[in-house]
Design a protein around this ligand. Structure first.
Ligand code: SF4
Length: 513
């Protein structure tokens, strides 16, 4: 039997057909006009959903009850479709469910634009979308699954009754058939084995003459392979159209920012100015710095110099933890003059960029400390650089040596390296946090080096030390992305027009010194 032959006519309204099920293959891009505000809100909320998907994927066994419950609650909180038991034909008329499906559709395509730009971004996006898709496909009821396959022209043959009877014993022995359901009582799909390598590898299916026989409940594996392949091709195609998208001055900074965005607090506003003295820095670097900053601090102390990328990354971090401009100038000057730079040269060549960082030069922008995503994804370090994220940019063997040097236990090192191997860099860093602070569960989702510092201080100070307020105001650019829907609703079209100017300001600053 071929599904395509059973394809039937659905609602004649193309939009209603597209949103007829809580899940789709995202084969057709949205064609309607949407406001910039809606564009931003949808993108931010999907990004939050994908980040939660990543976190849950490494914290729980995928498809376990805990994983499923938490995924469901996140989908519900962010207003994405999650109910599989609704009668979709009625639902299409209900504005709420319709709106959720519309948001799911549009937000997926917006993030495609933002995440098609580099190989790293594409890989991350595909992995999270595939995990999300798996959860949502499994959540569909059996008839909805069939209808989904149907609508998407997935032409898998079901085996005939005669063939099932002839292979009954083999099918029973080789498949994880649901208890209570007989071989006769369920469909088996006959699929070329190369399309089901995961199932072959785990010996979950019967393989004969180049075909595998997949019980209905395992068809998700095949659908996922198909989804992954389509998405990967679609991202490559989208990347080709980027020059056109980049020519739109409203969208380009927003998309760039989305791909580097983290969904969390902003650390540009200095709440702790003056709370940290320069004498404390060495000890803080050992206790409360994330690895990226620890290695920058160490390199600065050893070489009495850091190249531009390192000065930016570390300088903004220090500003975020509470160094005043005067302290920062003193800190950098005292270190640089121990090396090859004299005080006069420092004042001429470096002091300007430190004042710039604090918004006292140029366009007087108050620059934000870099988020993990920015550190991980942009400006990879080259020979002689010390910036970047060690979990992303260090060789695994070097990483292992560093962790040994920092007295992380062998089993802790293996756990961290395993996460690094799976490209879960922030989770590897979070594991490092847990191991070095002797806690089981850090209870936060790491997205920023300054967040690492604040959380560390909170633990080391028994919950009392440097504690940032959650309602910290945000910079216009990162702000609207981080705050999500509220910010997006409040962002006017004029504010969006400020973005390119701000980007330009940043870019010109990055080229300084
Ligand atoms: Fe720094 Fe973030 Fe990398 Fe940790 S994950 S080392 S905080 S960039």
């Amino acid at each position: 039997m071929q599904f395509i032959s059973r394809r039937k006519k659905f609602n004649t309204n193309p939009q209603a057909e597209l949103y007829g099920l809580p899940l789709q293959f995202y084969g057709q891009p949205p064609l309607e006009n949407i406001s910039l505000n809606e564009f931003e809100t949808f993108a931010v909320e999907r990004l939050k959903l994908l980040k939660t998907t990543e976190n849950l994927g490494v914290s729980y066994v995928k498809q376990s009850d805990q994983y499923t419950n938490k995924m469901e609650s996140e989908l519900r909180n962010l207003n994405f479709p999650y109910r599989s038991d609704a009668d979709d034909r009625k639902v299409v008329q209900g504005p709420t469910e319709y709106e959720k499906r519309r948001k799911d559709h549009i937000s997926h395509f917006i993030l495609r634009l933002a995440y098609c730009q580099t190989e790293d971004l594409r890989r991350w996006f595909i992995q999270q979308e595939v995990d999300l898709f798996r959860h949502r496909f499994n959540d569909l009821q059996a008839p909805q699954k069939l209808e989904f396959l149907h609508r998407n022209n997935l032409q898998y043959d079901t085996t005939s009754v005669e063939e099932k009877t002839a292979l009954k014993r083999e099918l029973l022995n080789s498949s994880n058939t649901v208890s209570g359901i007989t071989v006769e009582g369920q469909d088996f799909y006959k699929v070329p084995f190369q399309d089901a390598l995961d199932l072959v590898r785990t010996r979950k299916v019967y393989l004969k003459a180049g075909y595998v026989y997949i019980p209905h409940q395992d068809i998700v594996t095949i659908v996922l392979n198909d989804f992954r392949t389509r998405l990967s091709k679609a991202l490559a195609l989208t990347a080709r159209s980027l020059p056109a998208v980049h020519s739109d001055e409203r969208l380009q900074p927003l998309l760039n920012h989305l791909s580097h965005a983290y969904v969390g607090q902003d650390y540009s506003i200095q709440k702790n100015v003056g709370k940290i003295s320069l004498e404390q820095i060495d000890s803080l670097s050992g206790k409360s710095y994330p690895l990226c900053m620890r290695q920058l601090h160490q390199a600065l102390r050893e070489n009495h110099h850091l190249r531009h990328g390192g000065r930016m990354q570390y300088g903004l971090f220090l500003k975020g933890i509470g160094l005043s401009l005067e302290q920062a100038l003193q800190f950098w000057r005292s270190e640089f003059v121990r090396g090859k730079v004299d005080a006069d040269k420092f004042d001429k060549a470096y002091a300007y960029s430190i004042r710039h960082m604090f918004g006292k030069e140029g366009k007087r922008t108050d620059y934000t400390p870099y988020s993990c995503m920015k550190v991980i994804l942009s400006n990879a370090p080259s020979q002689g650089d010390h910036h970047g994220c060690p979990f992303r940019h260090s060789d695994p063997e070097l990483m292992k040596q560093k962790l040994q040097f920092y007295k992380v236990s062998p089993s802790g090192i293996s756990q961290i390296l395993e996460l690094v191997k799976g490209m879960h860099y922030q989770l590897a860093c979070q594991k490092y946090f847990e191991l070095t602070h002797n806690i089981e569960d850090s209870n936060f989702s790491l997205s920023h080096p300054n967040q690492y510092f604040v959380e560390s201080q909170r633990i080391l100070g028994g919950g009392k030390d440097i504690k940032r307020e959650t309602d910290t105001p945000k910079r216009p650019q990162e702000n609207s992305v981080a705050k999500g829907s509220t910010a997006a609703r409040e962002t006017s079209a004029n504010a969006s027009q400020d973005l390119p100017e701000m980007q330009e300001d940043l870019d010109s600053f990055f080229q300084d010194a």
